[in-house]
Design a protein around this ligand. Sequence first.
Ligand code: ADP
Ligand code: MG
Length: 247
Amino acid sequence: MVEVRNVHKRFGDLEVLKGIDLTVNRGKIISIIGPSGSGKSTLLRSVNHLEVIDEGIILLDGVQVNRPDMKGLAFERHINNIRQNMGMVFQHFNLFPHLSTIDNVTLAPRKLKGMDNKTARDLGMEQLERVGLAEKADVFPNWLSGGQKQRVAIARALAMKPKVMLFDEATSALDPELVEEVNLVMRSLADEQMTMLIVTHEMGFARDVSDWALFMDGGVVVEECTPDKLFSNPDQERTRNFLQKHL
Ligand code: ADP
Ligand code: MG
């Protein structure tokens, strides 16, 4: 579903991604762990083309995301199509404060897919039910807890019926007691065979939920294997050092 091949990304003189390869098969869940500054967010943002990579190829369901050969309006159309198929959830929820919960969820389907209000509302309610927040449909984000806001952000991403969901530290801005409700929603997506690429600092959750785990450091994938192996018996010294500090 997602294929990342030899991806390089520089910010000026600083090479942040140094040849990343990554495959996420349909229905699988891959977790990425690693120290702060190792390039995890840049990698996720590159998959979505929020960062323009300098070298390499990114494919979504066989379609090349980055298209250095394409310019202007044609590329914009191309990337908008691609982005409709990728749901992204960030650390900070970025809900629109002036829109109710349901309007936050249905905005993209209405604007980007031209969905009529009734169909959009039905779809939106369905997504809110998926994250357990149907009763908050007409509430504004300021009235929600951080965990509820993040669940709305997930519902909003799901409303576009994405082929893959990208999570960048979705729970790291939350108070500890609110983490579990978001993790539960992510687990339920896993049960529905949603394809997911998850950057997380929650080792227990990563170990539990993922099919495959990567340890990144310094812009490279240091090690990748099953989560059980990564978290209990990693091959690389750098992985062991990191886990000693974070488990
Ligand atoms: P992580 O998510 O693993 O903490 P990031 O991908 O956010 O790491 O950052 C990797 C490196 O790239 C860091 O050194 C960071 O300072 C740098 N970086 C990220 N975004 C930018 C940017 N827009 N401009 C310059 N440097 C950046
Ligand atoms: Mg990050």
